[in-house]
Design a protein around this ligand. Structure first.
Ligand code: ADP
Length: 202
């Protein structure tokens, strides 16, 4: 049997990537979540976390030795140089882990879900790009309702991601998640059929 088709799913913060991938997981599709991988590489006691503490000081750690993500976010989303430093450390480690997981997937197609799929080299991991799209006002409203983040921080995160138009220009398939979750269900059904067909046709 040939290898599973590698599908990338991306979209801005709060666009509904998780809502889409949860629905694919329940259909038996393996999903590699770049956000989870990004947390794993800086897990408590990891070499990368030690380097982060050396660079930013031990104040970046919580009392239990884990990373204070809120503090780190505040630093890197207000200081581009620090963000570059952090990415230089973590992105290669994240890439290695993603490559390993994609290579061992067993489902008919495999999904890489990543907010940064189109920003760097992650797009090279995938053969088909799905963009989950909503207006920026919807992104902002859904993200602030979901997370305990300020509107200002969410706006800074959005500003650091590529624009909605660039994302749409890179899409092989677009999921419009501006409607209700029942609309999303129907689109995910169609997406799943399409990806099964694409994978089978290779
Ligand atoms: P992402 O993974 O892209 O950051 P999520 O899938 O977590 O986005 O969606 C952001 C928030 O919006 C979540 O709380 C989710 O439950 C909610 N959400 C997603 N899609 C819809 C929708 N179509 N209608 C209403 N709420 C939605």
């Amino acid at each position: 049997m040939s290898e599973p088709l590698r599908v990338g799913i991306t979209g801005g913060i709060g666009s509904g990537k998780s809502a889409v991938t949860e629905r694919l997981t329940s259909r038996g599709i393996e999903v590699v979540d770049a956000d989870i991988v990004a947390r794993e590489v800086v897990a408590t006691g990891s070499p990368a976390l030690q380097k982060i503490a050396q660079h930013f000081g031990n104040d970046i750690l919580l009392a239990d030795g884990s990373l204070d993500r809120a503090a780190l976010r505040r630093i890197v989303f207000s200081d581009p140089d620090q963000r570059l430093w952090l990415e230089g450390l973590t992105h290669p480690l994240i890439g290695e882990s993603i490559a390993r997981q994609l290579a061992t997937a067993k489902s008919p197609y495999v999904v890489l879900s990543s907010p940064l799929l189109l920003e760097g080299s992650q797009r090279n991991f995938v053969e088909h790009i799905v963009v989950v799209d909503v207006a920026e006002s919807v992104q902002l409203a859904r993200t602030t309702a979901r997370d305990n983040n300020s509107e200002e921080l969410v706006r800074a995160i959005m500003a650091a991601q590529i624009s909605r138009n660039s994302r749409l220009a890179a899409a092989d398939t677009v999921i419009d998640n501006s409607g209700a979750l029942t609309d999303l269900d129907q689109q995910v059904d169609a997406l799943h059929e399409k990806l099964l067909n694409l994978s089978a046709a290779r």
